[in-house]
Design a binder for this molecule. Structure first.
Ligand SMILES: C[S@@+](CC[C@H](N)C(=O)[O-])C[C@H]1O[C@@H](n2cnc3c(N)ncnc32)[C@H](O)[C@@H]1O
Length: 258
């Protein structure tokens, strides 16, 4: 699995912090003693959890050594665990299992969400946020370039659009309601004000474009792919007279209580 780049990821840290803060604001738990932040990345969602519940013991879990190294540098005394979400299992039930912008990278959501809610302690919660913008112009451009941009890469790219897993809200409700006393699901479409299409390109390059770039064999093809995508983004996201453009970004939020 090629490396995540914490610096590129943190370039839009303020915009990325907002959904995590919105999710935390809706979690109706007074004082969870144990919290796990799954897919904690460089630790920014973990910091938000620590601010809301300073007494809690919080563990950040991620399968990227680069992201965890950044998290450890920022907070050397906090608990960090290099582990895949798919195989992670706590020793004892956890009061709050939290995940911001990570579960869409993991397949098999019926099994995943069932396993997660059953690892939550009685009276605790599972709280998850996932991007749900895979029908957006940015993703359409990447798919078009992947499948029609250059015959050398079309075959390798065919499976990429299936990399991200986000099911309809009713799916999560059905999976979770059997194990939860209450399930809250909502979606928000943020309208990020960006400095032109290149800024949107830079944002996506550090996350949603990675599975495409990872499949290209060399720097020349990666550069060509990026150039074609940037051209498509310039068509799809037209800046206004001040060079600004709105980047609509839909996200799904789930909080289930045991
Ligand atoms: C978009 S970042 C989110 C980081 C952080 N939660 C935040 O709110 O900024 C997604 C993180 O999920 C991690 N991730 C993706 N798939 C994973 C998996 N299967 N197991 C563990 N971590 C995973 C990535 O390494 C990355 O750090």
């Amino acid at each position: 699995m090629p490396a995540w780049d914490p610096n590129l990821y943190l370039r839009y840290a303020n915009e990325r912090a907002r959904p995590s803060a919105d999710l935390i604001a809706q979690i109706r738990l007074q004082s969870p003693a144990s919290i796990v932040d799954l897919g904690c990345g460089p630790g920014n969602s973990t910091e938000q959890l620590q601010q809301r519940w300073p007494e809690a013991v919080i563990t950040g879990v991620d399968n990227s050594p680069e992201m965890l190294a950044q998290a450890k540098t920022n907070h050397p005394t906090w608990q960090w665990l290099l582990c895949d979400i798919e195989t992670w299992k706590p020793d004892a039930p956890v009061d709050l299992i939290f995940s911001n912008a990570a579960f869409h990278w993991v397949p098999g959501h019926a099994t995943l969400f069932r396993g997660m809610i059953s690892s939550v302690a009685s009276g605790g919660a599972l709280a998850v946020q996932m991007p749900n913008n895979f029908q957006s112009p940015a993703h359409s451009v990447m798919q078009e370039v992947a499948l029609g941009g250059d015959p050398r890469w079309a075959k390798a790219m065919a499976a990429v659009p299936g990399t991200f897993t986000v099911q309809p809200a009713a799916f999560y409700y059905d999976v979770l309601r059997k194990h939860a006393s209450r399930v809250d699901i909502w979606e928000t479409e943020y309208q990020h004000v960006m400095d032109g299409p290149k800024a949107i390109f830079d944002w996506i390059r550090s996350t949603g474009m990675r599975p495409y770039l990872d499949r290209l064999p060399d720097a020349e093809q990666k550069q060509l792919f990026e150039e074609m995508c940037l051209e498509g983004f310039q068509e799809a996201y037209r800046p206004n007279d001040q060079g600004k453009v709105l980047f609509p970004f839909r996200r799904m939020f789930i909080v289930a209580y045991r």
